[in-house]
Structure formats: structure tokens, C-alpha cells
Design a protein around this ligand. Structure first.
Ligand SMILES: NC(=O)c1ccc[n+]([C@@H]2O[C@H](COP(=O)([O-])OP(=O)(O)OC[C@H]3O[C@@H](n4cnc5c(N)ncnc54)[C@H](OP(=O)(O)O)[C@@H]3O)[C@@H](O)[C@H]2O)c1
Length: 248
């Protein structure tokens, strides 16, 4: 993959998909800046990844912290070639009538407003350079309605809209934007899912299993690379066939 020397910033990089993507990107020669809240995990990741990695701890739902982290990334590793907007909050699991308004606001802020802020901060420089790529992490919840988690579904559908609107706006400028859509992926996000639920997730997946963070990371790295130079405005599922099939 054409990633040598590229500077890629990843939000939600302390664990799971973001952390696995950092591994792949560094293996392919990129420099990475890792953003998340847990400093100790970011420090450990940078220790593992070596000089190609640095971090900026931030709550991406706090605009000032997010923008400061992006500025720190540029100060550390130079201009941003790729931005992987991957951090997300799960929101609350309850029906719409019971959904707490503060939780609804929080999940919209972390999962949707924050990517909007980040894009507006980095895009002018990408357009000026005539190059750059932005990748966002969608979900089955960006593609379908799901019961009992409206805040997350609303935010992820909005994120899909942001990705497509952005891709359309900048397609002629050399900047690309795509959405990568995980199905069920084995990350800390699934830690609270009981065994029965995990079995059901695997059973609903045509491949019959939950995916690995590495399987998602390989596709994310490709979409962030110049090898995907003619790929923009796409929602690319990494889901073992779930969204593309009909189970009767
Ligand atoms: N795993 C799945 O099956 C699955 C399915 C569909 C979609 N996804 C999506 O995949 C993405 C990554 O999730 P994951 O599965 O890798 O889960 P994860 O391991 O729990 O990762 C979530 C990441 O987001 C960060 N984060 C959360 N809130 C944040 C905040 N306010 N500010 C900064 N960072 C924040 C977390 O770091 P800190 O806690 O250190 O801040 C962590 O690095 C998310 O967008 C999620 O919606 C995952």
C-alpha cells in the first residue's frame, strides 16, 4: 500500500479498531498520531509502535481539546495526509420514549458533531495541497434502523451523511472521503455483550463468526492509502456478508 511517509491521525486509537489500524499503518510505513482519552493506553501504544507514533490525549466531544489535539498532531508529525475519525460513544440502550436527553446529546456530540469539527479544522489545508483522505467509521447502525439504541443510530446515520456530503463537495479537489462499516468486530465495545449475544452475532453473520480488528484495519489502511485513489463517497462494509445478504 502507498502509505510510506504519510501522516495519518486516528481518533479512538487507544483500543480496538483504531489501535489495530495504527499497527497496520505503521507496518506500511506511515506516521501516526493517536487520539483518545486514556493517556496510559496511548503511551503504551506509542511505546509499542516506536518513533513513527505520537499521541495527543483528548476528549473528542470537547471541541477545544479536539482542535488542540489536531494542532499538536501537525506540530509533531507535520501536515495531515489522512484523518481516520473512528472514536465513538455507544450511547444508552433503551427505547426512544425513555432515552435520556443528556445521553442523546452526548452521543450526537462525540459521534457526529466532533467529526464535523475535525473535518472543518483539517480540510482547508488538504484542499490547498490538493490531496488528503478522510475516513469515518460507520456501523450497521449507519446503514439500518436498530431498536433500543436511537442515539447511536441517529448519530451514525448522520455520520454517513457527513461522509457523503463531504466526498461530494471535495471530489474535484484531490481530497477523498469514505466510510468504513464494521459488522460485529471483536473489540472492547463487545466486552459487555453476554455469551448468548455473541453467539447470536456470529450466527447472524453469513461467515458465521465475529470479525477481528485486524480485518477491519486492513481495509481502513487501504482506504487511507493512495492505492484507493479512485475510491471516494463509498460505505465499505467489513461484516462477513451481513449487509449484503438476505437471511430467510
Ligand atoms: N466493534 C464493533 O463491533 C463495532 C461495530 C460497529 C461500529 N463500530 C465502531 O467502530 C469504532 C471503534 O470502536 P471499537 O469497536 O474499536 O471499540 P473500542 O475499542 O471501545 O474503541 C472506541 C475508541 O473510541 C475512543 N473514545 C470513545 N469516546 C471518546 C471520546 N469522547 N474522546 C476520545 N476518544 C473516545 C476510546 O478511547 P478512550 O476510551 O481512551 O477515550 C476508544 O479508543 C466506533 O466508531 C464504533 O462505533 C464498532
Amino acid at each position: 500500500m502507498s502509505l510510506a511517509g504519510k501522516h495519518i491521525v486516528i481518533t479512538g486509537a487507544s483500543t480496538g479498531i483504531g489501535r489495530a489500524t495504527a499497527d497496520v499503518l505503521v507496518e506500511k510505513g506511515a506516521k501516526v498520531t493517536l487520539i483518545a482519552r486514556r493517556t496510559e493506553l496511548l503511551e503504551a501504544a506509542c511505546g509499542d509502535l516506536g518513533a513513527a507514533a505520537c499521541f495527543a490525549a483528548a476528549d473528542v466531544g470537547d471541541r477545544a481539546q479536539l482542535l488542540a489535539a489536531l494542532d499538536s498532531a501537525i506540530a509533531g508529525h507535520g501536515a495531515i495526509d489522512g484523518l481516520f475519525l473512528n472514536a465513538a460513544s455507544g450511547g444508552t440502550f433503551t427505547g426512544i420514549c425513555d432515552y435520556p436527553e443528556d445521553s442523546f446529546e452526548q452521543v450526537l456530540t462525540v459521534n457526529l458533531r466532533s467529526p464535523f469539527w475535525a473535518v472543518r479544522h483539517v480540510l482547508p489545508a488538504m484542499i490547498a495541497r490538493g490531496a488528503g483522505t478522510i475516513l469515518m467509521t460507520g456501523s450497521l447502525a449507519s446503514e439500518r434502523g436498530m431498536a433500543g439504541n436511537a442515539g447511536y443510530v441517529v448519530a451514525k446515520h448522520g455520520l454517513r451523511g457527513l461522509a457523503m456530503a463531504l466526498a461530494a463537495e471535495v471530489a474535484g479537489s484531490g481530497v477523498r472521503c469514505n466510510l468504513v462499516v464494521p459488522g460485529f468486530i471483536e473489540t472492547p465495545m463487545l466486552d459487555d455483550v453476554p455469551e448468548q449475544g455473541r453467539t447470536a452475532m456470529a450466527g447472524r453473520t453469513p461467515q458465521g463468526r465475529i470479525g477481528t480488528p485486524r480485518e477491519l484495519a486492513n481495509v481502513a489502511a487501504f482506504l487511507l492509502s493512495d492505492d484507493a485513489s479512485h475510491v471516494t463517497a463509498q460505505a465499505w462494509a467489513v461484516d462477513g456478508g451481513l449487509l449484503g445478504t438476505l437471511t430467510l
